[in-house]
Design a protein around this ligand. Structure first.
Ligand SMILES: NC(=O)c1ccc[n+]([C@@H]2O[C@H](COP(=O)([O-])OP(=O)(O)OC[C@H]3O[C@@H](n4cnc5c(N)ncnc54)[C@H](O)[C@@H]3O)[C@@H](O)[C@H]2O)c1
Length: 357
C-alpha cells in the first residue's frame, strides 16, 4: 500500500503529540517538518527521524513532494499555512481553532473546495472513547430529542502565557483556546445544529495573582514567562448559544478562576427528552418506572472501539487521505465554530446578544 508522505508544519508541543501518533501508523512516511524556529524544527526532526527540515512553509512546499500536511502552528498562522499547503495540492489537517476569524476560516474552506482537497479540523475530543460512546448512545436514540447541553472547560490556574496570552497571535484566551473543545463536541453530539445567536460575558481577573503563584502548570510553551509575557486575553467567560432548532448550550471556560480543581474537561453534559449523559464521568440520568435513576456506563476502557484520542484522530486523517473515507471533522464544522467564537467575543465586547448569519 502506498504510504502517505506527511509534512509537519510547526515543531512545538502539539506537533510532537501528533508525531508520536504518526510514527505508530504504518501507512505514514514522515517526510519533512518546518518551523520558523529552526532549532526547534531540527530538534523535533531528530527526535522522530524526519529527514528534511525547513525554516518556512514556503521552503518546505517548494522542495518536497508531499501528500498531506498537518498545521500545528500559532492560531494567527493557521490560515496562511493551510492555504499554502492546499494550494500546493496537499490534503491538510489543521489544529483547532480553525483560524482567527470566520472570514479566514471560510477562505480556507473555499481553497480546499476549489482544489478538491480534504481540510480536516483537529477537533480531537470528537475522537475520545467517551465521545464515541456518547455518540453511539445518541445515535441509538437513548437520549431522545436533545435540547440542551453544558460545555465546560474550567482551569483554576491554567494560563499558558507565551503566544497563548498574546491576542495578536492567539485571537483570545480560554474561549478560543479551550472553550472551543466542549463547544465543538457538544454541538457535534447535538447533531451539528445551526447557531442563531449568542450572549457572552467575559472577565479579566487574576492574571497577576496567578502569574505569581508558587506552582506552575505543566503546559507553558517553551520560553513562556507568565510574569513578563503580554497578557491581553480574557481570564474566564460564560456564554449561551442558541441554535435554530430551539436547542441551547451553556459554555463556561477559564484560564484563571477560584474554582474547584477537577481537572480540565469537567462538565460536558448532553440533555435530551429521554435522558441526560455526562461525558466526563459517563453517568446517564433518566426516569425508569416512575423513578429518577442514575446509571453509570461501565468498563469503557474495554470498549471494543477504545483508542487514545490523538491516535484515533491521526489514524482517521490518514485513512481519509489514503482511502477517501468520509471525514468526521470537516472544514465546514470549523467554519461554524469560528462564527460562534467570533460572535462570543463580539457579545462580550458589546454587552449585547449577537446574531449569527
Ligand atoms: N488539540 C489540542 O488539544 C491542542 C493542544 C495544544 C495546542 N493546540 C493547538 O495547536 C497549535 C499549536 O500549539 P502548541 O501548543 O503546539 O504551540 P507551540 O508554541 O508549542 O508550537 C507552535 C510552533 O509553531 C511555530 N510557528 C509559528 N508560526 C509559524 C509559521 N508561520 N510557520 C512555521 N512555524 C510557525 C512556532 O515557532 C512554534 O514552534 C495551536 O493552534 C493550538 O491551539 C491544540
Amino acid at each position: 500500500m502506498k504510504k502517505l508522505r506527511v509534512g509537519m508544519i510547526g515543531a512545538g508541543n502539539i506537533a510532537n503529540t501528533h508525531l508520536e501518533r504518526y510514527i505508530k501508523n504504518p501507512n505514514v512516511e514522515l517526510a519533512a517538518i518546518c518551523d520558523i524556529n529552526e532549532a526547534k524544527a531540527n530538534r523535533t526532526a531528530d527526535k522522530f527521524g524526519i529527514p528534511n527540515r525547513y525554516n518556512s512553509v514556503a521552503a518546505m512546499l517548494a522542495a518536497e513532494k508531499l501528500d498531506a500536511a498537518d498545521v500545528c502552528v500559532w492560531n494567527c498562522a493557521h490560515a496562511e499555512c493551510t492555504i499554502a499547503a492546499l494550494n500546493a495540492g496537499l490534503d491538510v489537517m489543521c489544529e483547532k481553532p480553525m483560524a482567527m476569524t470566520a472570514e479566514e476560516a471560510q477562505a480556507m474552506k473555499d481553497v480546499a473546495d476549489k482544489n478538491g482537497k480534504l481540510l480536516m479540523l483537529g477537533f480531537v475530543t470528537r475522537f475520545s472513547t467517551e465521545a464515541r460512546i456518547a455518540k453511539d448512545f445518541i445515535d441509538n436514540g437513548e437520549l431522545g430529542d436533545i435540547y440542551y447541553s453544558k460545555a465546560t472547560y474550567v482551569r483554576r490556574h491554567g494560563n499558558p502565557g507565551g503566544w497563548f496570552s498574546d491576542k495578536s497571535r492567539s485571537g483570545g484566551g480560554p474561549i478560543i483556546d479551550i472553550g472551543v473543545h466542549p463547544l465543538d463536541l457538544t454541538r457535534y453530539l447535538m447533531g451539528n445544529p445551526k447557531p442563531m445567536s449568542v450572549f457572552c460575558v467575559a472577565a479579566n481577573e487574576l492574571h497577576e495573582d496567578r502569574a505569581n503563584l508558587k506552582t506552575r502548570v505543566g503546559w507553558y510553551p517553551e520560553g513562556a514567562d507568565p510574569k513578563k509575557d503580554v497578557c491581553d486575553v480574557e481570564s474566564s467567560a460564560v456564554g449561551i448559544i442558541r441554535y435554530e432548532n430551539g436547542a441551547s448550550t451553556l459554555l463556561e471556560c477559564s484560564y484563571n478562576l477560584h474554582a474547584p480543581s477537577k481537572g480540565d474537561n469537567n462538565g460536558r453534559v448532553i440533555y435530551g427528552t429521554k435522558g441526560g449523559l455526562n461525558i466526563d464521568d459517563m453517568k446517564f440520568y433518566t426516569d425508569i418506572n416512575g423513578f429518577m435513576v442514575d446509571a453509570e456506563i461501565k468498563d469503557i476502557k474495554n470498549y471494543t472501539e477504545a483508542k487514545d484520542m490523538f491516535q484515533a484522530e491521526i489514524d482517521h486523517f490518514v485513512d481519509c487521505c489514503l482511502n477517501g473515507t468520509e471525514c468526521i471533522s470537516p472544514a465546514e464544522d470549523g467554519v461554524v465554530i469560528m462564527k460562534i467564537l467570533n460572535a462570543l467575543y463580539e457579545s462580550a465586547k458589546t454587552g449585547k446578544s449577537v446574531d449569527i448569519i
